[in-house]
Design a protein around this ligand. Structure first.
Ligand SMILES: C[S@@+](CC[C@H](N)C(=O)[O-])C[C@H]1O[C@@H](n2cnc3c(N)ncnc32)[C@H](O)[C@@H]1O
Length: 310
């Protein structure tokens, strides 16, 4: 039975010098024993958090001694991680694009893969990035995608929609912290109702895990991401059907939409899009080479003002 890092670190007499390096080594061993995949990286991230440093702080000086309060803060975090609580849930924050966003129990923990959606949008806006574009983010969670786009598109405004009131509160807080409240509104509601309006860019990272597959997910996902953010119905594709059914009504002549895909879903989601009158304009792969974002265009144009359908 490996020593718990809490015991190991706390057991040292107060006057004993414990360096960051030694504490990190003990934490790595504890996390490896608990089956944590990126034990070394996670230990470093938890150390930064325990020391009150941002995630993107420069590398740590491992020869520096830890104060007692720092030892305790670190040991607590490592024990939570050993119980498979994700680092981001322990920190209460997740770095996404240029920002360190607050997350909560009602929000998905935004993933690096989702930055592929942001890249796909920006790629199609070369020469138009300073235009007063109107963005719609369906299933906004923390607001990660919309906030990244508002950062890159200085004259753009956005409507963010989520069915979860608690997630909407987190998104509003993130927008305020980023100084973006004046450029965005967060609405609570179903995306099927939210689609009437003319937008230039629609983005969505919908829930796309098949219901029966959720039980087999890693504990970090299964036990900590909200079901509403994961569950895509029997075949994982329910949200695409619901969103695409109304999407053509919300896209203007030069508008396009980018939706995130689960691994292996590109073909099926493309078929649903075509059946809904949308044109598939491209697929973008993530850094691992997985088809991650589908770009859609609409031939027919809806011209109503942005807002919720009645
Ligand atoms: C996979 S998460 C994506 C969150 C965020 N966009 C991101 O990429 O981190 C899907 C989001 O859709 C929301 N959602 C699920 N069903 C919805 C519905 N019918 N209408 C609106 N939002 C919904 C969930 O609450 C969740 O925040």
């Amino acid at each position: 039975m490996p020593l718990r890092i809490g015991q190991e670190i706390q057991a040292l007499p107060r006057q004993d010098r414990l360096t960051l390096g030694a504490a990190l080594a003990a934490a790595r061993a504890r996390l490896v024993a608990a089956g944590v995949e990126d034990a070394a990286a996670d230990a470093r991230a938890l150390m930064k958090d325990a020391l009150g440093l941002p995630d993107r702080a420069p590398p740590l000086d491992e020869t520096r001694a830890l104060a007692q309060s720092e030892r305790e803060a670190f040991a607590l975090r490592v024990e939570r991680r050993a119980r498979r609580v994700p680092v981001s849930r322990i920190r209460g924050r997740r770095a996404f694009w240029r920002r360190d966003l607050a997350i909560g129990a009602a929000t998905l923990d935004p993933r690096p893969d989702t930055e592929t959606v942001v890249e796909a949008v920006l790629d199609r806006l070369v020469g138009r990035r300073r235009a007063p574009l109107r963005l719609l983010d369906l299933g906004a969670g923390t607001g990660a995608i919309a906030i990244a786009l508002l950062d890159e598109l200085p004259a753009a405004t956005a409507i963010l929609v989520d069915r979860s009131e608690a997630a909407a509160r987190i998104a509003r807080g993130n927008l305020a912290a980023c100084g973006m409240s004046g450029r965005a509104a967060v609405m609570v509601g179903d995306w099927a109702r939210a689609l009437a309006g003319r937008f230039d860019v629609v983005v969505s990272n919908p829930p796309y895990i098949a219901s029966a597959a959720i039980a087999a997910l890693d504990p970090e996902v299964r036990d900590h991401d909200p079901r509403l953010a994961l569950d895509g119905g029997a075949d994982g594709l329910d949200a695409y059907r619901a969103i695409f059914a109304g999407l053509p009504r919300s896209m203007g002549a030069d508008a396009f939409a980018v939706v995130e895909l689960g691994a292996g879903q590109a073909e099926d989601v493309s078929a649903i899009a075509r059946a809904s009158g949308l044109e598939v304009a491209g697929v973008r792969r993530d850094l691992a080479g997985t088809e991650r974002a589908l770009v859609l265009r609409s031939g027919s144009v809806g011209c109503r003002d942005a807002g919720f359908a009645g």
